[in-house]
Ligand binder design. Structure first.
Ligand SMILES: Nc1ncnc2c1ncn2[C@@H]1O[C@H](COP(=O)(O)OP(=O)(O)OP(=O)(O)O)[C@@H](O)[C@H]1O
Ligand SMILES: [Mg+2]
Length: 523
């Protein structure tokens, strides 16, 4: 009987793998090591596809596509030597050195692939940029491109740098939530609302200004305001006798209010203007019938006292200007729904006069005054005049103004070439050292080129900018900047929520007694 040999080795020694299996195992191991090495090492080449779409440069690193890139290898030009100053004109985006790291973070300079920071006061004080003569800025772009979002994040980030923010008129009411979130103040004005502002309020006298000088300044501001209101309603400039009438009526109302220990109201002035014998007596011998010359004025101011704006600007202010609040906005959304802009413009004039007089303190620190939806006021010369005054005072008072438009042709809507309105509007643009251009419609490109002196490359860029990306022209320098938002900012500045809202189904019991068919939106 053959002896059987027992061996335990097959239990412990694995069966030898075939050559093919060994090769596959070696290849798998090598691949796993390669993957591990790649995961640990910093990326050497970033593919365009892996980038966040917001951070993708406008053009690939190889330059603009097409024959204009001059990279076809077929173009042979004689060598040309020039200075770097000249070459920066030929390649405006490639040659910019940046604005430096001072200021608040805005986003990403997509050509330099670097952070873009901006602070008009820091730039002005440093004197590094030739031609940066003022802190004012204009921002324009088609609807929904992120203009307000940019203004709001400039405001939010500037507060962290000690700035205060003022919104003299917010026709859409979209700044109220932000003001609340930042611990600021909002004054909502409209029919039936409790907020009242007396635009004739005299602000506190700044330190270092004599009592007499300040009285003169307050009188000048009040006269300017009254003339703006009257010419907005009358839709014409005031006549010389009407100016005198306003002058006399204001002095009468102020004297009366001072005797009673109160502040004059617009109603008091309208009342004085409506009494010709009072005006004639106050003016004495040189009157020549001033009383009746002011009849139109009395009716114009009556609109604020008895018309559609009654009560809002003809009562003692219910709020006091708080100079320590980080943000103050005046919400006019209840006024802007009607087709007629006059009510809105009158309210804007009163609200901005009230705010501007509070801003007159040169020791009030650095401030941004933001005019959102300013295209609505461009047709009103009286408001443009006020704005021009603010622009001129900006450096003296430490105020940077930001005006937001849809397109540059909004500026031209101020009047025909050479008219007062047009000159004022063009002056506003000329007094903005920073111009931020978001996407423009094709028919606006030629005008933008001529008004801003854009190069062909810049004009081509503004025709195709996506949301949140803009061409920044800071004095002579130009940048394409992608504005970056923190997720919390994105939620706070969202103005698209109504577009995303679900369609509601209305039933016959809601809002109307008429039976309304229920729409099935899913079909
Ligand atoms: N840089 C950005 N990144 C992401 N979302 C943005 C950016 N900028 C704006 N948005 C979003 O786009 C929407 C429209 O923005 P915004 O209201 O600022 O546009 P707008 O240009 O002011 O429009 P309008 O002309 O109607 O006032 C908002 O919901 C905002 O959150
Ligand atoms: Mg907006």
């Amino acid at each position: 009987m053959p002896r059987t040999r027992a061996s335990a080795s097959p239990l412990f020694v694995p069966r030898k793998a075939s050559r093919a299996q060994q090769r596959a195992a070696r290849a798998g191991f090598a691949e796993a090591r390669r993957q591990a090495r790649l995961a640990g090492a910093p990326p050497t080449h970033r593919g365009q596809d892996t980038l966040d779409p917001e951070l993708r440069p406008t053009y690939p690193p190889s330059g603009r596509p097409g024959p204009a890139s001059a990279r076809g290898g077929k173009l042979s030009l004689p060598a040309h030597r020039m200075t770097t100053a000249t070459v920066s004109g030929a390649y405006p985006f490639l040659a910019e050195g940046g604005l430096g790291a001072e200021g608040h973070f805005v986003g990403r300079d997509v050509h330099a692939e670097a952070a873009f920071c901006y602070d008009p006061f820091a730039l002005y004080n440093s004197g590094r940029i030739e031609g940066f003569t003022n802190p004012n800025a204009v921002l324009c772009g088609v609807i929904g491109m992120g203009k307000s979002a940019l203004a709001k994040s400039i405001a939010t980030r500037a507060i962290a740098h000690g700035y205060r923010i003022y919104i003299p008129s917010d026709p859409k009411g979209e700044w109220s939530g932000l003001a609340q979130a930042l611990g600021g103040q909002t004054i909502a004005l409209g029919p039936g609302l409790p907020g009242k502002l007396n635009p004739l309020d005299a602000p506190d006298r700044p330190t270092g200004v004599s009592e007499q000088d300040w009285r003169g300044e307050v009188r000048k501001r009040r006269l300017l305001l009254l003339a703006s209101l009257a010419s907005t309603v009358l839709k014409r400039d005031l006549l010389p006798m009407e100016h005198t009438g306003l002058d006399v009526a204001l002095d009468l109302a102020v004297a009366q209010a001072e005797t009673a220990g109160t502040v004059p109201l617009i109603g008091d002035i309208a009342h004085a203007l409506g009494r010709p014998e009072l005006l004639d007596a106050a003016l004495g011998g040189q009157s020549g019938g001033i009383g009746h010359a002011a009849d139109d004025l009395a009716h114009a101011l009556r609109r604020l006292v008895h018309g559609d704006l009654c009560g809002m600007f003809d009562a003692p202010s219910t709020v006091r200007f708080d100079p320590s609040a980080p943000m103050l906005s005046i919400d006019l959304s209840r006024l802007s729904s009607s087709g007629d802009d006059t009510a809105l413009v009158l309210a804007m004039t009163c609200a901005s006069a009230w705010m501007e007089s509070a801003l007159a303190d040169p020791d009030g620190g650095r401030r941004w005054v933001i005019y959102d939806e300013a295209w609505r006021i461009m047709r009103h010369v009286a408001l443009l005049e006020r704005m021009q005054q603010q622009w001129k005072l900006s450096r003296g008072l430490g105020i940077a103004n930001l005006i937001i438009l849809h397109r540059l042709s909004d500026l031209l809507s101020a009047g025909d070439a050479g008219s007062r309105g047009r000159v004022l509007a063009e002056g506003l643009l000329a007094d903005c050292s920073t111009r931020i251009i978001y996407r423009q419609e094709a028919d606006q490109i030629a005008l933008s080129m001529s008004l801003l002196g854009l190069t062909g490359v810049q004009a081509q860029a503004i025709a195709a900018l996506p949301r949140g990306r803009g061409l920044w022209l800071v004095a002579g320098l130009s940048f394409i900047v992608q504005h970056l938002l923190h997720p919390k900012e994105r939620a706070l500045y969202d103005t698209d929520f109504r577009m995303a809202a679900k369609v509601r189904e209305f039933t016959a019991t809601e809002g109307t007694s008429m039976p309304v068919p229920i729409l099935d939106v899913r079909r």
